[in-house]
Design a protein around this ligand. Structure first.
Ligand code: ATP
Length: 225
């Protein structure tokens, strides 16, 4: 068991009242499996990723990452959990313009103070795993949108996370490139035994996942894409 979301409720301030973004949501993502989350705009998908990534604390319920209950941790310990056990791929590949593809990955190891000769090898192996071995020395402006997204995914895996959270990875890509990115995420999920959650608008892409969760008005139900 690697990601467990148990009866999670999240509300935001809304005028005089509160808006319920997540309503008693439950989700279990075993290691080595990929769950796609679909649902209309405003249904709570990003809120679910934010809670799963321990970026936002829920009002109620538990988020358990790799056996660690995030609710019992202070801010510093949660940041450490996030750094060490959670990979997050945001919709926009926020790559640093001046760094090469390999350096985008290596900088992750610097952040955790784990710089060593093996870091460079690991970065190269991951770029290889996402099909970019030959482009390791390119800077973001020299890469296509799909290639940048692959660097983004490789970077999220640099610290060997237990949980991988991916927000709309295909929105800027054409159908074929989008399908390739989903297949890549599936392969990496299996090879590296990560528990992966992918938010997507594309029902076709969701259909490739191991499981599909459907968000509607803050409630999550298992369903087909
Ligand atoms: N920081 C915030 N403060 C107040 N309300 C918010 C905040 N973030 C999100 N919401 C509201 O919570 C609800 C769920 O939003 P969320 O962004 O999780 O939906 P979503 O399914 O990811 O939408 P989209 O597909 O458009 O990105 C929406 O009604 C949204 O307006």
């Amino acid at each position: 068991m690697t990601l467990l979301i148990d009866e999670v409720t999240l509300t935001y301030p809304d005028g005089d009242g509160r808006l319920t973004a997540l309503d008693a949501v439950g989700l279990h993502v075993p290691a080595g499996s990929l769950t796609a989350v679909v649902g209309p705009s405003g249904s709570g998908k990003s809120s679910l990723l934010a809670v799963a990534g321990t970026l936002v604390r829920p009002d109620r319920g538990r988020v358990v990452v790799d056996g660690v209950d995030a609710g019992g941790l202070d801010r510093t310990a949660r940041a450490a959990l996030r750094r060490e056990r959670i990979g997050i791929v945001f919709q926009q590949p926020n790559l640093l313009p001046s760094l090469t593809a390999a350096e985008q990955l290596e900088v992750m190891a610097h952040l955790t103070g784990r710089m060593s000769p093996s870091v460079r090898r690991r970065a190269q192996d991951l770029l290889d795993a996402v099909g970019l071995a030959a482009l390791a020395r390119r800077r973001p402006r020299e890469l296509s949108g799909g290639q940048r997204q692959r660097v983004n995914i490789a970077r999220a895996l640099m610290n060997d996370p237990a949980v991988l959270l991916v927000d709309e990875p295909t929105s800027a890509l054409d159908r074929e490139r989008g399908a390739e990115v989903i297949d890549l995420l599936l392969a990496l999920t299996r090879e590296r035994s990560v528990a992966t959650v992918v938010v997507t608008h594309d029902a076709g892409h969701a259909g490739r996942a191991d499981r599909v969760g459907r968000m509607r008005d803050g409630r999550l139900t298992a369903g087909t894409a």
